[in-house]
Design a protein around this ligand. Structure first.
Ligand SMILES: *[C@@H]1O[C@H](CO)[C@@H](O)[C@H](O)[C@H]1NC(C)=O
Ligand SMILES: *[C@@H]1O[C@H](CO)[C@@H](O)[C@H](O)[C@H]1NC(C)=O
Ligand SMILES: *[C@@H]1O[C@H](CO)[C@@H](O)[C@H](O)[C@H]1NC(C)=O
Ligand SMILES: *[C@@H]1O[C@H](CO)[C@@H](O)[C@H](O)[C@H]1NC(C)=O
Length: 179
């Protein structure tokens, strides 16, 4: 029969082992400071195929189109991301999130708040990125507000460019800059 002290020692050893093995499989993520992406760029392509259920404009209806235009209307999306522009190129993960129309009749712009996360794994770097900003027709620049795994503590910005506009396919290039 193990004494209480012994049990505690065993429990502590298990805990320490778990923490250490966690570190050893995540060398890039936790230990590196500054993180390996500082000052670097990363690029991938987000694939939208409107025939797939990966985008829904029925996510949240507008509050009241008579008095507040499209205010409140939400679109939900879940798209694959790939290494190259071709949808058949290497799959790296996904970008998932939503946009919400923030313009009320008193604000004649059409500004969409976008909130999304990227799940990214290219075999070397593996983790998630949190994105937030204003989605616009001409130039969308989102902030990289953080991340996990290889991207823990990430900060920077991302520029979205529409590179293929040929329905049912739309492909966006995401150009990420880490600060
Ligand atoms: C994502 O890629 C997988 C594998 O290529 C494919 O089966 C799936 O349909 C794609 N999903 C979307 C939303 O494009
Ligand atoms: C929208 O607002 C107007 C004005 O208050 C109201 O008459 C109408 O019933 C509302 N529509 C809906 C769908 O709530
Ligand atoms: C990538 O990270 C996720 C989340 O931490 C993990 O579940 C998965 O096993 C990792 N994949 C590889 C290939 O390391
Ligand atoms: C990506 O963004 C960086 C910084 O804004 C820029 O120098 C680079 O040319 C961009 N790459 C592409 C392919 O647009």
């Amino acid at each position: 029969m193990l004494s209480m002290k012994k049990i505690n020692q065993v429990a502590m050893a298990v805990f320490v082992t778990a923490v250490l093995s966690g570190l050893s499989t995540n060398v890039i993520s936790a230990a590196s400071s500054p993180h390996p992406f500082k000052g670097k760029h990363l690029e991938y392509y987000a694939q939208l195929d409107v025939r797939l259920p990966g985008i829904s404009t029925a996510f949240i209806p507008p509050i009241n189109t008579t008095v507040s235009a499209n205010f409140g209307a939400g679109t939900l999306f879940a798209l694959n991301i790939t290494e190259e522009v071709a949808p058949s190129s290497k799959l790296l993960g996904s970008v998932r999130g939503y946009t919400v129309e923030t313009s009320y009749l008193g604000f004649p712009d059409s500004w969409l708040l976008e909130v999304a996360f990227v799940e990214y794994n290219d075999g070397k770097y593996n983790g998630t990125l949190q994105l937030q900003g204003l989605a616009q027709q001409s130039l969308t620049e989102l902030a990289i507000t953080g991340g996990s795994g290889s991207f823990r503590g990430a900060k920077g910005y991302l520029v979205v460019t529409l590179v293929v506009d040929s329905l049912p396919t739309r492909t966006f290039r995401h150009n990420l800059t880490f600060l």
